[in-house]
Design a protein around this ligand. Sequence first.
Ligand code: HEM
Length: 513
Amino acid sequence: MLKTFLRTLPVAARAQIKAPGAPGLRAMGIRTFYTGSPNHRAQTLDGSAPGIPVEWTNVDPYSAFQVNGHRGFLPSEDPLVRLPPRFAVLEDLLVRMPLRQDDGAPGLLAHGELGPAVHRELPNYDVTNEEDPHVLMALFRDYTFLASAYLLEPCHHQFVRTGDYGLGRTLLPRVIAQPLETVAAKIGAKPFMEYAQSYALYNYRLKDPDAGITYPNLALVRKFSGCPAEHGFILVHVAIVSHSARLVEQALAALRAVGQHDRMAFNRALTIYRDTLGAINEVMSSMWTRSKSEDYVSFRTFIMGTKNQPMFPDGIHFEGAPAETNPRRYRGESGANDSIIPTSDNLFQLTARMPENPLTQTLRDFRSYRPRNHHAFVSHVEQEATRAQVREFAMQDPVSTALYVENVDWIRAFRHQHWQMTKEYIIRHTTHPVATGGSPIVTWLPNQLEAVLNVINETTAKLRVADLPVDHRQRIEDIMARADTQYRVLGREVKELQLRFPNVEAARPQPTA
Ligand code: HEM
């Protein structure tokens, strides 16, 4: 089986794995769940984890993020918590950095001392020889934390004083810029803070290594603020994504079932997918209690991007980088870079039903800010669902149609709750027109929510509800009534908010990097 797997890798990768003294697949972050030959159930090389269908092959076998039915969108191994000792100064700066340190004392950011400390203390570490995927990922996490803290430190203080973000630092010093650029190139990321590879999914540790990835067992590695709301905000994302393995597995199972015209297998996959989305929505609800809404803006400043943001009207410069590569503009960290909703949108062919407008362009642009294997998986699901015509296949059978609608309704529920959170955590506390990822705050999220409500309305209009088995019938009737009301309320809300945010057009699209 190992031979079969090796044949699926690029030549250079094969040579490296087979080289004498090579660290082995696991140490290289390669946890495979595919055999490379079609129509087989996938197997793990160590024979331990549940398999997924083989149609999917991770495009980057070296990445610390392998998408599979064992870990879903989480990294293949829990994040590296501490950097190797040779990076002691960087480690020490990050420990002293948060507004409130672990011992309760104010950290460097609290008094605007991070910038001077970077200039005074940080050497220009040479990272060109770093190859271990987990060390690379930890370095990426840590340099992106430091870069964002450095660039946005003045904005934090201005916001605390005046409620306005003012201007950020625009020159990223070479001691951060150069190693960050090198590490980012090695892992195929943009050299800026990102949701999966830095802020959220590579930023947790297990309090008890033998217990599972559940919220109570999670702690943060890096922080900007150190307040409980920041802890809750980041780790609820991780707890949500801990359910994603099921989705990956069942998305592929559903695609395969369509290919084989296997109605029972399709309905089974959609049932498990639906119930997993239900569980995800439940964890999402825990955000309300685990991260207090009134505290969100106190740590949010540090996850802002440099694209479409008034704090960086001319972008930022990487010191020492070739002139033609400056200035840079990158979207900030955002849950929009999570892969659960994009995968679901693609599986149920919702992305294709989003309106053609700049807001939908933004949705696609967000998809490039994620690990290579996440991006490839999201695209793979889109291509395969389009090729197989998942929606069309579902519509040929009343129970499949009901299951399709019940899944889409959980996507609606996610977006609806998420929109309530955005109003409560952000819009209630600031008139800043742009979200951390650079999207216009009052129109972008409703663009997608409205499209999903449209799909529910269109699909249920074609369904003979009376013919459904009784449990589906009740659910579909509830879904129809709710979608109708939410559609009307959303339209009214957005109109009102646009009046309150006349400056929302400030979020005009800008070129990336
Ligand atoms: C207090 C909690 C949250 C708030 C205030 C919030 C806020 C936002 C905002 C403002 C956006 C717009 C994009 C941008 O940043 O420019 C966004 C997008 C997004 N966020 Fe969140 N978010 C929260 C929690 C979460 C969680 C826990 C997840 C789950 C992983 C998540 C997933 C997403 C997704 C998928 C999008 C894209 C929306 C779409 O496709 O319609 N968010 N979020």
